[in-house]
Structure formats: structure tokens, C-alpha cells
Design a protein around this ligand. Structure first.
Ligand SMILES: [Zn+2]
Length: 298
């Protein structure tokens, strides 16, 4: 159903192919989990998983929901216009060959053409059986952390990002400045039938130095601190148990164990960095610190 109740600015963009000024749209720096629908008719257009930071000043998606977005030559004779396939609302333009992500495609969309619908919250009764369980760790440069976690059996996906701070929408530059409470961190979603929080926390404690305060190797600053951001009481207890074992073995562990807050995915070029560049992590090498005392599943 077409929504005729548009503001003058929405009419200018959606009906008359206007463009909102760059870096002003409400979804430009918005990275919530959910989907984006057409402001005019409500058709679902983009999943938040296809949104990435292009730095161009408008929301950028590297793919659309199949069949939801149509392309046509722009009247300017150069660009390709994208419109809602259901109602023809102007969305923006699509560009290819820029090399931002694997799809090599950038849907450059006006925020006013979109409405964000957050994903339904999980929790309470627990996540759906196939949704996996989440664990978040900080232990220095996130590129090296991801290299170890992404190949661990039972890991469904890994995302590097920022957590522990306050200001919404942190960027790499801001976090690197060391002026915020954000830490470089990794979010690991895993299948509890294959691996466990204990396995992953044990891996975490063995691929970074949990005794180094506010830094890892040459990377210094609170953004490189060691921390476990626990999702629930069982994760907290398990993290504390492992720290207790390490302390018993003589390690002066400084790892913070704090409740998980919002996790902000990092810019796309940081994701799977070593896989993309063919490099190797020298900052994160696994060392046996538990002997066989930690338990857990392998
Ligand atoms: Zn529409």
C-alpha cells in the first residue's frame, strides 16, 4: 500500500528523484540489525547484513533483497537509477566496479527513502536453535583475533568491531585515537552443539597475553585491553573460572570481565583482513596456558 503521507523532503527525493545532502541522512552511520523497507510502500529492500561503510555520505548496501529493487538508466545518461520494484519510489543510484566488497556493487541510497525495521529481539527464552550463541572478546588488534576464531570448529561466523564505549556509531579512527572507552573486539557466533563458550574463552586466553595491561605487544592503549564481554551469568562464571585457573598457574591476569553492551561491526575493510590480504597474524600466536585444566570440548 502506497503511503501518501510524505514530508516535503521525502516527496522531493522519492517522487522527484532528489538527493539528500551527504552525511546528513539518519541511516548514513546506522548499523542496527534488521532490514530496511521502502518509505513509500513498505516493501522490504535491504538486509542490514548487506550494509557497509562506504564513506561516501549516504547509506551503502552491497546487495538488495532479490527482486525488490529495479534499475533503470538515469536521465543524466551516465548513472543507473535504482527504484523500489513495488512502487517505483526513487532510492538512489547503483555503482559497480569500485571494489568495496565481494559483490563489487554499491547501492547508494537516500536515508529518507528508507525505514529501518529492527530484527526481533532474542533472549528471554533464548535464541532460536539455529541462530547460534554469541561470545564477545577483546584482546588487542582484532585482525589477529579473527584469524584464530574464524577457523575454530563450530564457529558459525565472526565479526570484528567495537564495544565497551558510549558514543553511538564508533569508527576505526575514533577508536584508534584512544579517547573513547571502546575496545577493538570480536563477536563470535557459534553452534553450541559443536563447540562451547569454554572452548572459545580458552582459545581467547591462549592467543593473546591476558597479563598485559592496556595493550598487546606493540599496540598500546585502552582500546587494546583484554576483556570478556559476557552475554549471561553462565559466561561470566565460566570466564572467572578460567581466570582462576590461570592465576593458580602463576599468570597475573588483568582481563576485565564485564557485561556485553552494544557491539558495533567495524568498517568492511577490517573484516577477514588477513584472509583478504593473504597476510598472517604475528601479534596473535596460540600458546598453551591451561595445560589440560580448563576442560571444555575440543
Ligand atoms: Zn516502494
Amino acid at each position: 500500500m502506497v503511503n501518501v503521507d510524505l514530508t516535503p523532503e521525502e516527496e522531493r527525493v522519492i517522487l522527484r528523484r532528489g538527493t539528500e545532502p551527504p552525511f546528513t541522512g539518519r541511516y548514513c552511520d546506522h548499523f542496527g540489525e534488521g532490514s530496511y523497507s521502502c518509505r513509500r510502500c513498505g516493501a522490504r529492500l535491504y538486509e542490514s547484513t548487506s550494509k557497509f561503510r562506504s564513506g561516501c555520505g549516504w547509506p551503502a548496501f552491497d546487495d538488495s533483497i532479490p527482486g525488490s529493487v529495479s534499475r533503470r538508466p538515469d536521465p543524466d545518461g551516465v548513472r543507473t537509477e535504482i527504484v523500489c520494484a513495488s512502487c517505483g519510489a526513487h532510492l538512489g543510484h547503483v555503482f559497480e566496479g569500485e571494489g568495496f566488497t565481494e559483490t563489487d556493487t554499491r547501492h547508494c541510497v537516500n536515508s529518507v527513502s528508507l525505514v529501518f525495521d529492527p530484527a526481533p529481539a532474542t533472549g528471554g527464552g533464548g535464541a532460536a536453535p539455529d541462530a547460534g550463541v554469541r561470545a564477545i572478546f577483546a584482546g588487542g588488534c582484532f585482525w589477529g583475533m579473527q584469524q584464530h576464531f574464524r577457523s575454530h570448529p563450530g564457529v558459525i561466523r565472526t565479526t570484528v568491531g567495537y564495544t565497551g564505549g558510549v558514543e553511538p556509531g564508533p569508527s576505526y579512527e575514533l577508536v584508534r585515537s584512544g579517547t573513547t572507552d571502546y575496545a577493538e573486539a570480536i563477536e563470535v557466533v557459534f553452534d553450541p552443539a559443536v563447540t562451547s563458550f569454554t572452548d572459545l574463552a580458552r582459545l581467547f586466553f591462549e592467543i593473546h597475553d591476558p597479563t598485559q595491561e592496556d595493550g598487546q605487544g606493540p599496540d598500546r592503549g585502552r582500546q587494546y585491553r583484554s576483556a570478556v564481554f559476557y552475554a549471561d551469568e553462565s559466561q561470566r562464571l565460566e570466564a572467572e573460572r578460567l581466570v582462576g585457573i590461570l592465576r593458580g598457574r602463576g599468570y597475573r591476569v588483568v582481563t576485565e570481565i564485564v557485561p556485553a553492551g552494544r557491539f558495533w561491526p567495524a568498517e568492511e575493510y577490517h573484516q577477514d583482513y588477513y584472509m583478504k590480504t593473504g597476510g598472517m597474524s604475528f601479534c596473535h600466536v596460540r600458546r598453551d596456558r591451561f595445560g589440560d585444566q580448563a576442560g571444555g570440548r575440543r
